[in-house]
Ligand binder design. Structure first.
Ligand code: AHR
Length: 311
């Protein structure tokens, strides 16, 4: 069953007793935990009555949660869709009930953009492009066995999820400009550490010429590090590793030389989400798309910022 709870809107100011139903993806990664904390803490601070549910990475659970928020007549529904497709029916129910919907972090793939008021989150294609660009710029160094091929294995995020689809696309778009770079295997690790470890173990057994791991998030990259070390190789040296997120565990591994490059994905969406929600409920206009600002980190940069990293 999907867990749900109400945090109450005690003590804060500015939310004016606004009630928000938030259908979260799950607790699959360090990124997701930081995202949940940001949303809960900001709601509390802003006096927003937050009803929160954890879908355990299952679309059916998210749909159930959204239906229950419609029944409870919340003022606004926000959610981070686990996969891109299959939302039209439930979003039409919300529309008929005149409850505005804010997409947070992940997008839906629908022809009808009247089904949500705005989408707050990262540009995942750009994240994939940044990862690919680093590899193009460092291809010679990444060709660890110096045989002229840069063999990449890819650990994909949850199948059908916007960040998995878009990070794959952005990376492929940029790396296809370099004939030496070849994606020799690509599989989902479901954005979890355990998933990344298991898939990497299988990759290491079937390929003895892996130069690079491209993991769609830090957690899968951290799982891959465990698999690489267990196989007697040195992550970051024998096999280069590129990941996305820049959570504390990822940044620690980067600063220790076990990861080579991280593309940041910002999970601290709470403040912007509550701002948008207040405006939407007050009937004010908001932009249809709000893109989060993000950077990238090399090993040296990670060493400099690690101590101040909040999550
Ligand atoms: O949707 C954002 C992605 O979801 C994060 O990059 C990943 O860690 C999380 O599970």
């Amino acid at each position: 069953a999907c867990g749900s709870s109400s945090d109450g809107g005690n003590g804060g100011s500015g939310g004016d007793g606004l009630t928000m139903g938030f259908a979260q993806v799950g607790a699959e990664s360090g990124w997701r935990s930081a995202n949940t904390t940001s949303i809960r803490e900001t709601a509390k601070k802003d006096g927003v009555d937050l009803k929160f549910s954890d879908a355990q990475q299952k679309q059916e659970n998210q749909i159930k949660a959204i239906r229950s928020y419609i029944q409870q007549k919340v003022d606004v529904i926000a959610f981070s869709p686990v996969v891109e497709t299959g939302w039209d029916a439930v979003l039409q129910e919300a529309k008929r009930a005149k409850i505005p919907v804010i997409l947070t972090d992940r997008a839906v793939d629908s022809d009808d953009d009247s089904l949500y008021v705005t989408f707050l989150g990262s540009d995942f294609v750009e994240e994939g492009e940044k990862a690919g660009q680093w590899l193009v710029d460092n291809a010679q160094d990444a060709d660890v066995d110096k045989n002229g091929d840069v063999n990449v294995v890819e650990l994909q995020g949850t199948t059908g999820a916007a960040p998995a689809i878009d990070r794959k696309k952005g990376f492929e778009d940029v790396t296809s400009s370099d004939d030496a770079i070849k994606i020799i295997a690509s599989q989902t690790g479901d954005f979890t550490r355990d998933g990344g470890k298991k898939v990497m173990e299988a990759f290491l057994q079937s390929h003895d010429d892996i130069d690079v791991v491209y993991a769609h998030n830090d957690d899968m990259g951290l799982g891959a590090i465990e698999a690489i070390e267990a196989a007697g190789k040195k992550p970051g040296t024998d096999i280069k590793i590129i990941t996305v997120d820049a959570v504390k565990d990822g940044m620690t591994a980067l600063s220790e030389g076990k990861i080579n490059f991280i593309v940041e994905c910002n999970p601290l969406l709470g403040p912007q989400l509550m701002e948008l929600a207040k405006k939407v409920v007050a009937g004010e206009d908001v932009p249809k798309r709000v893109v989060t600002e993000e950077t990238t980190f090399t090993q040296d940069q990670a060493k400099q910022v690690l101590a101040d990293r909040q999550y």
